[in-house]
Design a protein. Structure first.
Length: 390
């Protein structure tokens, strides 16, 4: 990515400062750091990582309407001078960012990724991917994929460590990224058997070798099925969990020629897609209660209906608009439905069947979307600065 000298741009107003909030979830934290890295690389702005402490997380869960004492923020290293921009991802970091904005007298710009913890009207810029089912608002940018962070030094170290031990395996290399149960999606032994069949089908069709990576959520029965099914086959390598050091995952992303990814993890799908290589998503069974009207409540039924109609490209009707209003007012929290994300990815042509010739478009698309987000944030800062000087 070009910096401000290469593009001829100069930092705005002597250089705004960013606070990058880090919570409990590694995937959420990585998105915040990725967006922060891209902004500092483009503009020369300064950034600081701020960890949302356990005390702040607990306050956000138990009494989010009432801002805790300044001492609680000071204990987490959050004291004046306040930054111009705070970036957060996830529910409790969202609430913390809103508290920080109020401490700044409303001058701080809050950029939010992922789950919301407050009404979107209080946030300056909402960046959402489809699986969360957030209702569209004027201050929202819909992203095709979660923003992925690359660490060139970590990637280079992983490649140096793993390229030689893998070079005896015939090409092409099919990277298989295996997740695990993620509410409301189960991942059981039957899914493991289906995944094994698909892996062997692709290897028979495409040739080459399998590079299989587990995650921390991969169930033991699934691991056992995959490893037993491949036990007599020398044309594969399994990267278990916990991972060896250096972590082979960055090397697998860099070296594999194409990917088969289970559908439970948006961040894992994004990791594969932004390599710019062909990607196929392995579908897991979606519970019945996400496909029909529910006895669990009218709001839940409205949400299921709205999202099904969205995937069918139907124009929103009165019930859809009611559902969106309930979501915007925080009276209804949608379930995470990965079918919505997969619908967007298929529509954009980013994923498809590896049996067919598909192009890896995810890398270029993500860069275009990040460029658009950067320009929106720059515009918000300029508007805020102009408002303060008038």
């Amino acid at each position: 990515m070009q910096d401000s000298q290469e593009t001829g741009e100069t930092p705005i107003g002597g250089g705004p400062r960013l606070w990058l909030l880090q919570g409990k979830t590694a995937g959420d934290n990585a998105q915040v750091l990725a967006l922060g890295d891209s902004l500092t690389a483009k503009t020369g702005w300064g950034s600081e990582i701020k960890t949302v402490s356990p005390d702040l997380r607990q306050a956000a869960k138990s009494r989010w309407r009432r801002r805790p004492s300044d001492a609680l923020f000071a204990a987490a290293g959050m004291t004046p001078p306040w930054p111009e921009v705070v970036i957060a991802c996830g529910k409790t970091p969202c609430i913390t960012a809103q508290w920080l904005k109020s401490l700044s007298g409303g001058r701080m710009i809050h950029v939010q990724l992922g789950r919301l913890g407050v009404k979107p009207t209080g946030i300056d810029l909402v960046l959402e991917t489809a699986q969360y089912g957030v209702a569209p608002t004027a201050n929202m940018i819909s992203l095709t994929l979660p923003i992925v962070r690359r660490d060139p030094a970590r990637e280079a170290a992983a490649i140096a460590a793993w390229e030689s031990p893998l070079q005896h395996l015939p090409r092409p290399w099919l990277g298989v990224l295996v997740g695990g149960p993620a509410s409301p999606i189960p991942f059981d032994a039957a899914d493991g058997s289906r995944l094994l069949r698909r892996m062997t089908e692709l290897r028979r069709t495409l040739g080459g070798s399998l590079l299989i990576a587990y995650g921390p959520r991969t169930p033991n029965p699934v691991r056992e099925i995959l490893e037993l099914g491949l036990s007599g086959d020398a044309g594969h390598r399994v990267f278990g969990w916990p991972p060896a050091q250096p972590n082979p995952y960055p090397a697998l992303l860099a070296l594999a020629d194409r990917f088969l990814v289970t559908c439970d993890s948006a961040s894992m799908i994004a990791d594969a897609c932004v390599t710019g290589k062909p990607v196929e998503i392995f579908g897991l069974a979606i519970p019945d209660y996400l496909t029909r009207f529910s006895s669990r409540g009218l709001g839940f039924s409205l949400d299921a209906r709205r999202r099904r109609r969205y995937r069918e490209a139907l124009k929103p009707d009165a019930l859809d608009q009611l559902r969106d209003l309930l979501v915007t007012q925080r009276l209804l929290t949608p379930y995470r439905d990965m079918r919505d994300l997969l619908h967007v990815l298929n529509k954009a042509g980013i994923v498809g069947s590896l049996d067919e010739s598909i192009e890896g478009k995810g890398k270029a698309l993500q860069q275009r979307e990040i460029d658009g987000v950067q320009q929106r944030i720059i515009g918000l800062i300029r508007a805020r600065q102009n408002g303060m000087t008038q």
